[in-house]
Write a protein that binds this ligand. Structure first.
Ligand code: NA7
Length: 534
């Protein structure tokens, strides 16, 4: 038997070396378990390794988008900007890997192909691009935005120019000077990169299917007074953020737009526009719940767009007509201003879809000759990284088949028929509708505590029940249905991928979710069964 064919055994196998995977490795090591991470990329970072397009930046302030598990770590690390850019975030995660000596637990350039639960041994058998593994537990720390959406435009394969995808950007710096560049998509990745590409490109054509709401980041160097203040009460600050609906440090007042004087509302929204970023709704509880209140906030942003963009026709095209928040809010640096440049052109794909791509052109309302085509077309979000792997559980049930009618999970952590498999920030958890970092830590802590509890209580196999899972997804949808967000086409509900089942996947409301996680533990993991007879 060659070295490659030998099955390597671990207590736990973790898929993915992003923020979730490396913290999970640390926690399991501290529990005394053997664990390995298999990582497709050639370095750690996950999202922050792959999405290195110009302008890639976190849109949650870095003082919040960082680990909180070690007071020394959070005190010693200094962010240079309010919203740190991708290189600094990557530097941070590398610092963490070194500080806690985690690198030797990561296998790079090793993609997981399949994971099968063996019912007789109650172990997972994992096949990667390089070998075979067996483990008691399998933890998918594969991220919510990992599998690029690559629309099949007619003739794309004939394109002979430079073809780039924001979510798998080359490591080498790209120079667009003197080039005619096309960007397809106007989500967050496009909104962050377009202003910088426009500074270089000879001509930039932005192909937009749906406009997005975006709030100015007002990014800048880290305000040392703010940093000092937060660091002086960091754990309290973090705890308070779990009490905010989205897990961020935004104002959580229960005021209602519909019951407040409109002039007063506008003063508050102006203040939020100037400084709050994703916390733009901050202060008003009804933006998410009441169409009338939502319209006030939406109109405020629509008017801002019309004020910023000089050409009325372009401005009108950039104005979204759906509920603000229905698609993930974006945070930008000079996005709308970019459309005032002479070298930037907006094309409306709703009116003129892409008919064909040739060796050097895109055909829409007319034929555009381009040197570079950038796909900023998003992801098979939340479930893509899981259904992309051949995962089979009890009775050889395939996860992909089980989720054909829509993904179901208990807490976004466990899946019926898939024993001892955990997902970090899986479907049915706040995940993308929260600050991912505290949500990741919350799940990793919960999963590790659960494994420790199992060890102490002589349990070998954990599995969520079908009833618990069904009830959980009913709750996820009941909460979503209370909002005005469900009628918007978005990647929250699978609408960006044609063949995907349409169901709303994130749990809205970090505080309620946090309470429920605790409650389930206090009731001896209610909704899970242990050591079910095969
Ligand atoms: P997003 O937000 O999913 O944006 C993808 C964009 O690509 C969006 O404007 C889509 O338009 C557009 N798109 C997707 N498929 C097509 C086709 N077939 N034709 C034309 N346009 C298309 O992904 P991002 O990478 O920008 O951002 C993801 C998240 O990363 C972001 O929200 C932050 O959390 C960080 P559509 O709206 O579907 O009409």
């Amino acid at each position: 038997m060659t070295q490659e064919n030998q099955t390597k055994e671990f207590d736990v196998l973790i898929v993915g070396a992003g923020f979730a995977g490396i913290y999970q490795l640390l926690k399991l090591r501290r529990l005394g378990l053997s664990a390995v991470i298999l990582e497709k990329g050639d370095q750690i970072g996950g999202t922050w390794h792959w999405n290195i397009y110009p302008g890639a930046r976190c849109d949650i302030p870095s003082l919040e988008y960082s680990y909180q598990f070690d007071e020394d770590l959070q005190q010693e690390w200094n962010w240079s900007e309010k919203y740190s850019g991708q290189p600094e975030i990557l530097e941070y995660i590398n610092h963490v890997a070194d500080r806690y000596e985690l690198r030797d637990g990561i296998q790079f350039e090793e993609e997981v192909i399949s994971a099968n639960f063996n019912e007789s041994s109650a172990k997972w058998k994992i096949t990667s691009s390089k070998g075979h593994y067996e483990s008691r537990f399998c933890i998918f720390a594969t991220g919510c935005l990992s599998i690029p959406n690559k629309p099949d435009f007619l003739g794309l394969e004939n394109f002979k120019g430079q073809l780039l995808q924001t979510s798998s950007w080359p490591q080498e710096e790209q120079d667009f000077t003197g080039k005619r560049v096309a960007v397809i998509g106007t989500g967050s990745s496009a909104i962050q990169s377009i202003p910088l590409i426009a500074e270089q490109a000879e001509e930039l054509y932005v192909f937009q299917r749906t406009p997005n709401y975006s709030i100015p980041s007002n990014n800048g160097p880290m305000d040392k007074v703010v940093e000092e203040d937060i660091k002086s009460r960091y754990s309290e600050f973090r705890k308070d953020n779990y009490l905010n609906g989205f897990g961020i440090a935004a104002i959580s007042d229960e005021a209602l737009i519909t019951e407040t004087d409109l002039d007063e509302v506008h003063v508050q929204l102006e203040e939020n526009w100037q400084s709050a970023g994703l916390g733009f709704f901050g202060g008003y509880a009804d933006v998410a719940l009441d169409a009338e209140a939502n319209e006030v906030a939406a109109n405020f942003v629509r008017n801002k767009i019309k004020e910023i963009v000089k050409d009325p026709k372009t401005a009108q095209l950039l104005v979204p007509d759906y509920h603000i928040g229905g698609k993930r809010l974006c945070v930008d640096t000079g996005y709308f201003e970019t459309f005032n440049k002479d070298n930037v052109f907006l094309i409306d794909l709703k009116e003129h879809p892409i008919q064909k791509i040739t060796a050097n052109t895109l055909e829409s309302d007319k034929t555009y000759e381009v040197d570079t085509l950038i796909m900023a077309t998003g992801f098979d979000a939340i479930t893509g990284a899981l259904t992309n792997i051949d995962i089979s559980g009890r009775g050889n049930v395939k996860l992909k088949d089980q989720w054909e009618g829509g993904a179901k999970s208990y807490l976004g952590i466990g899946i019926t028929n898939f024993p001892n498999l955990f997902t970090v920030t899986g479907p049915g958890s706040p995940s993308v509708l929260s600050n991912m970092m505290p949500s990741i830590e919350q799940h990793v802590n919960w999963i590790t505590d659960c494994i420790e509890w199992m060890m102490k209580n002589d349990k070998t196999v954990i599995e969520s029940t079908k009833t618990a899972e069904d009830d959980w997804m009913v709750l996820v949808n009941e909460i979503a249905d209370m909002t005005v967000f469900t009628d918007t086409k978005s990647w929250y509900n699978g609408s960006n991928i044609e063949e995907k089942a349409k169901s709303f996947l994130p749990f809205i409301g970090v505080p309620v979710y946090t309470e429920m996680l605790d409650e389930i533990v206090s009731e001896s993991y209610k909704g899970f069964i242990f050591d079910k007879a095969n």
